[in-house]
Design a protein around this ligand. Structure first.
Ligand SMILES: Cc1cc2nc3c(=O)[nH]c(=O)nc-3n(C[C@H](O)[C@H](O)[C@H](O)COP(=O)(O)O)c2cc1C
Length: 198
C-alpha cells in the first residue's frame, strides 16, 4: 500500500493531531506489511494561499503559460499527482477556530480543481479521485460529537464533504476531543489511539 501522511498542525512534536495520525499510520503499516509511507508536513512545507497567479494558472491553457503561471500550476499539478498515486491518505488535522488550520485549507485549494479532480456533468458534480481510503486524526480542545457545541463543528462535516466532492468517499475520522477539558484531557489521546480499528 502507498500511504500518504499529511500533517497540518504547526505545533511540531507537541501536536496531538500528528500523534493521532501517526498512530493511524503505524497501525496501517502493521496491517499492510511492506507499505511505503510518504509524509508531508504542511507547516514546514506549506502551500501558498491561492493568489491571482494560481487561479490564473488553473484557467489558462498550458501553451499560453508564462514562467510564473507554469511555476504556480506546478505546485497544484504535483500535489494532485501525489494524491492520485496514493492508496491511503492519512491526515492529521487540528481544529482551529471551529474549522481546519489554514495550512490544510491551502493544500485543499490546490487539489480541488475543476476538470482535474472533479467536474460538473449532466448528472451533477463528479469526483475523479476514486478508489482511495482516507483516515483523519482530528484534535480539538472542546467536545463536538455530543453536547452544546455539536452544532458548531465545521471541521468534520467540511472534511467529509470536500473529500467526497472529489471522489474520496471512504472516510474514517478518529477524534481526540476535550483537550481543554480538565480530567478528560489526560486520557483523551490514548483513548482515541485505542479506538483505531484498521
Ligand atoms: C489558535 C487556536 C485555535 C483553536 N481553536 C479551537 C476551536 O475553535 N475549538 C476547539 O475545540 N479547540 C480549539 N483549539 C484547541 C486545539 O484544537 C487543540 O489544542 C488541538 O490539540 C490542536 O491540535 P494540535 O495539537 O495538533 O496542534 C485551538 C487552539 C489554537 C492554538
Amino acid at each position: 500500500m502507498r500511504i500518504f501522511h499529511l500533517i497540518s498542525s504547526p505545533r511540531g512534536e507537541a501536536s496531538i493531531s500528528t500523534k493521532l495520525s501517526s498512530a493511524i499510520v503505524e497501525k496501517l503499516i502493521q496491517a499492510n506489511v511492506g507499505s511505503i509511507v510518504t509524509t508531508r508536513n504542511l507547516s514546514t512545507e506549506p502551500f501558498p494561499n491561492l493568489e491571482e497567479v494560481h487561479i490564473g494558472s488553473f484557467f489558462t491553457p498550458e501553451e499560453e503559460f508564462t514562467p510564473e503561471l507554469a511555476a504556480a500550476a506546478k505546485k497544484s499539478e504535483d500535489a494532485i499527482a501525489q494524491l492520485l498515486e496514493t492508496d491511503i491518505i492519512v491526515i492529521g488535522a487540528p481544529m482551529y477556530n471551529f474549522t481546519i488550520h489554514t495550512a490544510l485549507k491551502s493544500w485543499i485549494d490546490h487539489i480541488v480543481r475543476a476538470n482535474k479532480t472533479f467536474a460538473f456533468t449532466e448528472n451533477g458534480a463528479q469526483g475523479f479521485v476514486t478508489g482511495k481510503k482516507l483516515y483523519i486524526g482530528l484534535s480539538s480542545g472542546g467536545i463536538f460529537t455530543e453536547g452544546p457545541f455539536k452544532l458548531y463543528d465545521f471541521a468534520e462535516p467540511y472534511l467529509r464533504f470536500i473529500f467526497g466532492f472529489i471522489g474520496i468517499t471512504d472516510v474514517t475520522i478518529y477524534r481526540v476531543q476535550g483537550l481543554n477539558v480538565p480530567i478528560i484531557k489526560e486520557t483523551a489521546l490514548q483513548q482515541a489511539i485505542d479506538s483505531i480499528v484498521i
